[in-house]
Structure formats: C-alpha cells, structure tokens
Ligand binder design. Structure first.
Ligand SMILES: NC(=O)N[C@@H](CC(=O)O)C(=O)O
Ligand SMILES: [Zn+2]
Length: 429
C-alpha cells in the first residue's frame, strides 16, 4: 500500500524557505521525496493526497499532555484525547501519570498502552510516576515500569518536595538511562494561591504564586542532576528565574532540557480579563517580563521544545471560579495556530524555527525515531493550511475539555490532515 502526498510545501532548513515536494509513503515509512521542480511523479497504482498550497511537515510531538485515563474519563479519555491531538497535528504525545489510580505500576502502564493501541489514533508514550501515588514518600519500581514501557519518570501535577527523594530518583533513573521529568513547585510557597504574584493578583486582592516557587525546584534539581548525571527535564517553564538557572546549568554541562507552553509564551497575568477559571493553570500566567524571558529562552535554546500541557477539565469544575476550580487548560487544538499566528505570521520567527521546536527538538531530547520527514523515517505527517483564518470554537473541539482562554481568537495555521505510521487518522482536506 503506497500513497503519494503531492505538492506539499516542505520547509528546507538550508535554504530557509518552503519548497514544493512530493512525498511517497509506503508500509508506514517515508519511502521517497521528490522535488516539485521535476514535475509530478507517476502516481499510477498509488493513492494520492493533494496538499497543494499547504504546509507539509513531520507530525508534531507533544511531550506533556494529560489524557486523564484511567479514572477521570469525564474530563478526557484516550479516545477523545488522541482525536484532539490528531486535530492539532500531533502524531506523538507523552501522557502524564496523575490519573486515578496514578500510573505507578507496570499494570497501569500496560492499561494505558493497551487502550492507546485499541482506541487511540496517535502514538501515546506514557510516563510513570516517580513516587507511589505521587505522594512523595516512596519511589516506584523504576525497573519494572521501564520494562512495561514507561519512557520517563515524573510526578507531574505536584513537585517532589523532598530533596533526598529526588536525588535517589535521579540516581536510579541515571543508572538505567531514563530521564526525570519535573513539575517544579515548592508546596510551602503556593498555599491558597491561584494566580501569579503580579498586577492581576493585586487588583483582585488575591494571594499570588511567587516565581520562586518554581525556580527553587529548578535550582535544587539542576544541582542534583549535576551530582547524579541524570537527564533532567523541566516541565512548563514559566519564570525568568527558571530560564536563568537552566541557562547557567546548560553552560556548565548539566544534562538539563526544558519545555515551555504556548500560553506562557503569549499571555501574561495582565491579559486575564476576569476571575474566569479558564485563565487558571499551573504554573500560572506570569508577568510580561517573564513572558519575554521564556520567549528569549526558547529562542536561544535554553528551552528546547514547545509542549501544550493539554489539561482538560469539565465545565462544571471550571465553573467553580478562579479560587476553587482545578488548574489547567486544553492545548492540542490551539497550539500550532497560536504559535504560527503569533510568532511566524507576525514575522518574529522563521517557520522552520517553530517546526523544529515542535518536531526535531522533542525527538532529539527524548531519542524518538519520529519528528522528521527523512526517507526511512516513520510516516508521521501533518498537513497545515497556513492561509485560512478561523475562530477558535471550544465547543467544536474533539477534546472533552472546552477550558481554554483562547475562545474566539482569530488564528491562521490550522492543521487539515494528520497521518500516523502511513495511515490518515484525521482529515478535512
Ligand atoms: N498544568 C495544569 O494546570 N494542570 C495539570 C497538572 C500539571 O501539569 O501540573 C492537570 O493535571 O490538570
Ligand atoms: Zn505540571
């Protein structure tokens, strides 16, 4: 079974421009790439997809997502979450273990992998918890979890509060060549706070979440990573201080990598219009100065990749208001259009830079075989309409979660077809 994707606009990194290419996909891999300058290939006996006028990219990779299964299927499940990912152009997603039960046993890893194989439509890579039940008291069985298919260890949703526990986790992970992925948050500094310290908190008389609550863990952990030699990856970096610490750690050779979310690159606390909990996530929207710092961090490579931190919650939960609602916003179906419109269409970045931070960079950091259109690579492909403008309509999301601050935003750069392993899993072409 072979398919020609014709007339796609493919980014040429050396020439720093889009060029028309025809890509042949066979048996789940990229079998050939032909230059558009040579005319149309002979497509007799092959299926064809016409991508004329559209961006043709390696499928996007999202290393931080919440699929909510098992246990919170009313927020999202693997079927709905992977459909949402596919609509966003994501072909590989790495899911967090803060489910119910927590993904802290080989059985739960197998449950997620089985569900993903039967009901999922994109590649799902599960993380396992660092500590049992994410309680920070006792390490999980790293060897058994790795054996079952976990790709790394994280207590995302909460920080590991105990430094010795984190050091032990890092030593063990290093010995088996596995990464530690850290949600950086000191619990003692955030009690009773829902938004960042800053103008919005002041205006509404709210207690703020200080930048140090995140950066203290980053500082502690890069020292522990240096001592143990582990690959240490920082989740959803949101503060100037964290960027500074990661930059310093990288400069002295610590094996640290990091991610940043579209909302932390685009919104600050000063954009929050009201006490609407669709603007509540963890870490919170920070000050304009922090936004500038994470943008610079991503630009200079201190931050390696863009992730969504797709965190669906029910409408009822979000209706509890800013103080009582759970933290988190959905991300899959707005990520690329947001980043494209805000940074590429507005002339701040070349398109290739955005694509790299969503494909080859996450693949490089986590050693994945996907993320490029090279001949022989798995045929994970995303086709995007860069021109058409559409309004974000949360009610039309494939995700069960409609919780986004971006409803009504007019954006360009909408994915129109997603292919995983050579099979079209979603298309509106
Ligand atoms: N990011 C969030 O605001 N929420 C996440 C947890 C997390 O990633 O910290 C969630 O699980 O809802
Ligand atoms: Zn987190």
């Amino acid at each position: 079974m072979s398919t020609w994707i014709l007339n796609g606009q493919v980014w040429n990194e050396a020439a720093e421009q889009l060029e028309v290419k025809h890509v042949r996909v066979e048996n789940g891999v990229i079998a050939a790439i032909a230059s558009g300058a040579d005319g149309l290939p002979d497509t007799a006996g092959h299926e064809t997809i016409d991508a004329k006028g559209m961006l043709l990219s390696a499928g996007f990779i999202d290393m931080h997502v919440h699929l909510r299964e098992p246990g919170f299927e009313y927020k999202e499940d693997i079927a709905s979450g992977t459909r949402s990912a596919a609509r966003g152009g994501f072909t590989t997603i790495a899911c967090m273990p803060n489910t119910r039960p927590v993904i802290d046993t080989p059985e739960t890893i197998k449950y997620v992998l089985d569900k993903a194989a039967t009901e999922g439509i994109v590649r799902v890579l599960p993380y396992a918890a660092i500590t049992k039940n994410e309680l920070g008291r006792e390490l999980t069985d790293f060897a058994a979890l790795k054996e079952a298919g976990a790709i790394g260890f994280t207590d995302d949703g909460v920080g590991v509060q105990n430094a010795q526990m984190m050091k032990d986790a890092m030593s063990l992970a290093a010995s088996m060549n596995m990464p530690i992925i850290a949600h950086c948050e000191d619990d003692t500094l955030v009690v009773g706070a829902a938004v960042t310290e800053g103008k919005f908190a002041q205006k509404h008389g709210l207690k703020g979440i200080p930048n140090e609550s995140e950066a203290i863990h980053v500082g502690r952990d890069v020292l522990l990573a240096e001592a143990t030699g582990v690959h240490y990856h920082v989740c959803h970096v949101s503060t100037e201080q964290s960027v500074r610490l990661i930059r310093l750690a990288k400069s002295v050779g610590v094996k640290v990598t990091a991610e940043v979310c579209p909302h932390h690159l685009i919104l600050s606390d000063e954009d929050i219009p009201s006490l609407d909990a669709n603007w509540k996530m963890n870490p919170p929207l920070r000050t304009p100065r922090d936004v500038q710092a994470v943008i610079e961090g991503l630009e200079d490579g201190t931050l390696d990749m863009i992730v969504t931190d797709h965190a669906p919650h029910s409408a009822e939960e979000k209706a509890r208001g800013m103080l009582l609602a759970p933290f988190g916003i959905t991300g899959f179906e707005t990520a690329f259009p947001l980043m494209y419109t805000h940074f590429v269409k507005n002339g701040k970045w070349p398109l290739g830079f955005l694509l790299k931070r969503m494909t080859t960079d996450p693949a490089r950091v986590f050693g994945l075989p996907t993320g490029s259109l090279a001949v022989g690579a798995p045929a994970d492909v995303t086709i995007v309409d860069l021109e058409g403008e559409r309004e974000v309509d949360p009610q039309a999301f494939a995700s069960k979660g409609k919780n986004t601050p971006f409803g009504g935003w007019k954006l360009n750069g909408w994915p129109v077809l997603t292919m995983v392993n050579g099979a079209v899993v979603w298309s509106e072409l």
